[in-house]
Design a protein around this ligand. Structure first.
Ligand code: MG
Length: 375
C-alpha cells in the first residue's frame, strides 16, 4: 500500500502542543494514538454504553447508545480525514471522547441538570467532557484525568462561552482570540452531525415513532429512498431503509469532502496556522446544508417531540431534579469521594456525580433514595 503524505495543514503528532503534565513521547504509537487508547480504557467511555441520546437504554437492544454513536462518529470522521489527508488518529481520539461528559437521558438530562446548576455556574456537556478527561477520571499515578494532548482537548471543546473560556487556559484561548480549531476537530464535529441525523432516522423508523410515509416529505430521505426503490424494486422494508440511510451517509460524506476542499482552496490554506486564522472550512454545500436542515427540523418535530419521547423526557427531568435536590440538601447522601469534593463546591460535586450516572444507574439511585421498600 502506498503511503499518502499528510496535507501540509494536517495536525502533526510530533508537533503536538503537549500535555498539561509533561510526559515522555510514547514509543510505538503516536501522541494521538495514546490519547485514543487512554479514552478507550476510561470508565467514562465504558459508561457510554448505558447512556442514550433519544431512546432510553432499556427501551430496546437495537437502538444506538452513546457508545455506538461515538464509534459511528469515529468511523465517519476517519473516512473523511483519510480522504482529506488529515490526521486520522486525532479525529478518532476526539470522536471517541466527544460525548463522555453527557448526562444520563440525553438532552432532557442535560437541560434538567443545567437548570439545577443555574446560580452555580451552569452545566454544559461539552465543558463536562473536557472536565472528565482533565480532572474526573482517577486512573493514573502522576495526574488526575487522562492528561490528553492539547489537540485532542481542543477538539473536545467544540463551543464555549467567553466567560468560561477565560478560565480554561490554552484550550479556551481560541474563543477569545476568534480562531478556529484544527480541521480535524472541525471534521469530527460534522461527522457527529452526519452520524446522529442518520441513526435517528434509522432508530426512529425501527421504533415506529416515525413512518416511511412521513419521511417521504423530507427531500434528503425521499431522493435516496426513490433511488434505492428504483435499483431494487423488490427489496424488503428494513433493507430498503438501511440502503437509504447508507446512501445518505455516503452522499453527505462526499459532499462534505468536496466542499471542504473547495473552501481550503478558496482560502489558500497552506498550514495549520492558516486553518486557525481562516473561517470554519469544514462544511457542506449550501444545497446539502439546506437538505440536512429540513431533516433536522423533521426529526425535532416528529421524533424528539413525539409524545412517547416527551413522557420519558419528563420522567428523566424529574429524576435528575430530585436527585440533585436530595444531594444538595444533604451531602452525606453522596458517595465518599464526592463528599470530599462537596466540601469545596457542593453543587459542582453533585453535578459531577449526577452527570456521570448511566440511565439505569440514575433510575436505580432514584429508587434507592425515594422508594421506601428499597435498601
Ligand atoms: Mg455526539
Amino acid at each position: 500500500m502506498n503511503r499518502i503524505d499528510p496535507a501540509p495543514y494536517a495536525v502533526d503528532a510530533s508537533n503536538s502542543l503537549g500535555r498539561m503534565v509533561h510526559e515522555e513521547a510514547p514509543s510505538g504509537r503516536s501522541e494521538f494514538q495514546r490519547d485514543r487508547d487512554r479514552i478507550i480504557h476510561s470508565t467514562a467511555f465504558r459508561r457510554l454504553e448505558y447512556k442514550t441520546q433519544v431512546f432510553v437504554n432499556h427501551e430496546g437492544d437495537l437502538f444506538r447508545t452513546r457508545l455506538t454513536h461515538s464509534i459511528e462518529v469515529a468511523q465517519i470522521g476517519r473516512s473523511i480525514a483519510r480522504r482529506l489527508r488529515l490526521n486520522e488518529d486525532l479525529v478518532e481520539a476526539v470522536a471517541l471522547a466527544h460525548d463522555v461528559g453527557h448526562t444520563p437521558f440525553g438532552h432532557a438530562g442535560q437541560d434538567a441538570l443545567n437548570s439545577c446548576m443555574q446560580g452555580h455556574g451552569g452545566f454544559e456537556h461539552n465543558l463536562q467532557s473536557l472536565r472528565v478527561v482533565d480532572f474526573l477520571e482517577e486512573r493514573y499515578a502522576a495526574f488526575d484525568g487522562l492528561n490528553l494532548s492539547f489537540e485532542t482537548r481542543e477538539g473536545i471543546l467544540k463551543h464555549c462561552a467567553l466567560n468560561k473560556a477565560s478560565q480554561l487556559g490554552m484550550v479556551g484561548a481560541r474563543f477569545i482570540n476568534n480562531q478556529r480549531p484544527s480541521l480535524e476537530a472541525q471534521v469530527t464535529n460534522l461527522a457527529d452531525e452526519i452520524a446522529y441525523n442518520n441513526h435517528d432516522v434509522d432508530d426512529g423508523l425501527r421504533s415506529g415513532l416515525i413512518t416511511l410515509e412521513q419521511l417521504s416529505e423530507v427531500k434528503l430521505f425521499a431522493t435516496h429512498l426513490e433511488a434505492v426503490n428504483a435499483a431494487y424494486p423488490r427489496l424488503d422494508g428494513r433493507r430498503a431503509v438501511h440502503e437509504t440511510v447508507r446512501s445518505m451517509i455516503g452522499t453527505l460524506v462526499t459532499d462534505l469532502i468536496r466542499q471542504t476542499e473547495l473552501n481550503i482552496h478558496a482560502e489558500s490554506v497552506q498550514s495549520l496556522d492558516d486553518i486557525r486564522a481562516a473561517p470554519t472550512l469544514a462544511a457542506f454545500s449550501s444545497e446539502l446544508l439546506e437538505q440536512q436542515r429540513e431533516l433536522k427540523t423533521f426529526l425535532h418535530k416528529n421524533l424528539y417531540r413525539h409524545y412517547r419521547v416527551m413522557r420519558m423526557s419528563t420522567k428523566a427531568r424529574r429524576i435528575i431534579n430530585e436527585l440533585f435536590m436530595a444531594f444538595m440538601s444533604d451531602s452525606r447522601l453522596l458517595p465518599p469521594q464526592f463528599q470530599r469534593q462537596a466540601e469545596i463546591d457542593q453543587a459542582r460535586a453533585v453535578a459531577d456525580y449526577v452527570a456521570g450516572m448511566t440511565d439505569r444507574y440514575a433510575i436505580k439511585e432514584y429508587r434507592r433514595l425515594f422508594a421506601v421498600e428499597e435498601e
